[in-house]
Every structure is written in C-alpha cells, then in structure tokens.
Design a protein. Structure first.
Length: 292
C-alpha cells in the first residue's frame, strides 16, 4: 500500500488574509498564493528549476515562480480551455494544447502572441511531448491520430492513425526516439518517432489508461488507470528496455488514478513514484517494492 503524501490540518490561526499559510515550524509549512487562473487548472509542467507552467479552463497559460508565487507571464490565444502544457526543461519555450483543436508554442520573453501554431487535428488535442533536443513535437488527439511537427517551421512531418486510439497522454523517452502514449482504448503504445509507427504495444489493461511517465534513465514506464470503488484505479510499472512486460502494480486508490510521475531521486533515497486520484489523495510509493 502507498501512503498519503501529506495531510493538512485546517486551523484558522494558520491562515492569513492574503491567502498565504503560516509555517508552524522549519520545513513543515505549505505556502499558498493568490490564484493565477480564474478557473480550474488542467495541466502543469516544469520549465526551469524555479519556474512552472500551468494551463487552465480559463483558456490561459501561465508561467510562475513557484518559490515566490510571482506570475511572470500569462499567454492568451486559445479559444477554449487548455488541456495540456509541456516544455523542454531549462528552455524558454512553452507548448499548449486546447479543446479548440489547436497547439501553440510560446516564447518566455516574447511580448505578444504565440511564436508558432501547429494546426491539423480534427478533435481536442489531449497529448503533447517534446523531443529531448527540443527540435520536434509530438501531439495526440481524440481524433485517433498522433502527429509529429518541426518546431521551427510548424510543418507537420508525419501523421499516424490507429483505430479507437483516443489519446490521453504522451511522453518522450529520454535520449531515445520513442514516444509513449496512453489511450482510452486501454492500450499503451510506444511510437518510433522517426517514422511515426507503433514499435511496441504493451499488454492490455482492464481500464482506460489516463496518464504515463518515463523514468529519467529510460528504463521504466509508469501508467495510471481509471476505475471505481477500488476496481482498477492502479498505477502500473513497465519494463521498457528488456521484456517490456509489467513489473508491478501500485494499488490503493479508490477512484480513477488521474496522473502518475517518477519522483526525482536523491542520493540517499530509494526510487519512488507518486500518483494522484479522484479520491482526493496523493500517494507516494516505493518504486521497487510497491510499499511505503
């Protein structure tokens, strides 16, 4: 079983009128800031060690300094809610996808408008992944297609379709030309980005696969599953380099597991993964044992 990552005790004396939270002791508080979105936040990504990017139902993309809570940039251009944001770490470029079927690239220091558009999907865009060298972008949609784009020109280089492949998430394998993709058809696919063909299909699951992540060493894939009342609701670890079979499952959520991520590993820390769920919980798991 996993464990809840954190518990917040709600005491009025800890909260201030400005929306921040008083820290009760060294390293024990949670700092909150005034909202930068006017509606629900739908996606978040790391841009730099101290900067994060978020997209929301208010149609905007926001870059914030998470240490100070300061909003650095707000990008507005989509006609409907932003479904995904992504970026290459330590770059100055941000990518966003929307229910309006569009994908846009934004420059951190550009004063107005997106610097590139990537049109071509017929339905809402639900997956974004940037290549390790930040030269190419892969997008996925509910139109059953995955596309590859040249970032500099906006040209669509390849387009591939797979029956019932309603894309839910995309992530690039570090140092490799492969992209991992989850789908509402309960399938996890590995695409070879060079020709945009399916290089491998992982064994099917019983429920919709909602999200995926790849470990920094490129050895493992993590996927999360929909479900209800504890049925499904798990995250699954897959071997990427050898057998490509299931390694283990992380079970403990009681509703859909909406997202999953490999956590950065410290020198003295065991490898860990984190999951979040519609059951209002975040759980952290020992990657190797599946325990606490």
């Amino acid at each position: 079983m996993g464990k809840l990552q954190s518990k917040i005790s709600f005491h009025a004396t800890k909260y201030r009128a400005d929306g921040s939270v008083e820290k009760p002791g060294p390293g024990r508080g949670i700092q909150q800031y005034d909202p930068v979105h006017a509606d629900a936040v739908t996606s978040v990504a790391a841009l730099k060690p101290d900067l994060c990017v978020s997209g929301g139902k208010d149609k905007s993309v926001v870059v914030c300094n998470w240490r100070s809570g300061a909003m650095l940039r707000r990008f507005i251009g989509h006609e409907h809610e932003v479904t995904k944001v992504t970026c290459a770490l330590d770059s100055n470029r941000v990518f966003s996808a929307s229910r309006d079927k569009t994908v846009m690239m934004w420059e951190l220091h550009r004063t107005s408008g997106p610097s590139q558009h990537f049109p071509g999907h017929d339905l809402v865009v639900t997956g974004l992944a940037v290549s390790p060298d930040a030269s190419q972008l892969c997008t996925g949609s509910r139109d059953n297609t995955v596309c590859k784009w040249d970032i500099e020109t906006g040209e669509r280089l390849c387009r591939a379709a797979a029956s019932r492949n309603l894309v839910t998430h995309l992530c690039w394998v570090p140092g490799e030309p492969y992209v991992i993709q989850t789908s509402e058809d309960k399938t996890i696919r590995m695409w070879d980005s060079r020709e945009l063909r399916v290089a491998h299909t992982f064994p099917g699951k019983q429920h919709i696969q909602t999200c995926c992540d790849v470990s920094q060493d490129g050895r493992y894939v993590l996927s999360s599953s929909s479900g209800f009342a504890g049925e499904g609701c798990e995250a699954t670890l897959w071997d990427l380099r050898q057998t490509r079979n299931q390694v283990r499952e992380y079970k403990g959520h009681f509703q859909t597991t909406a997202s999953c991520v490999f956590l950065p590993r410290g020198p003295a820390l065991a490898p860990s993964v984190a999951t979040s769920s519609y059951d209002s919980k975040v759980k952290v798991w020992d990657q190797d044992t599946g325990g606490r």
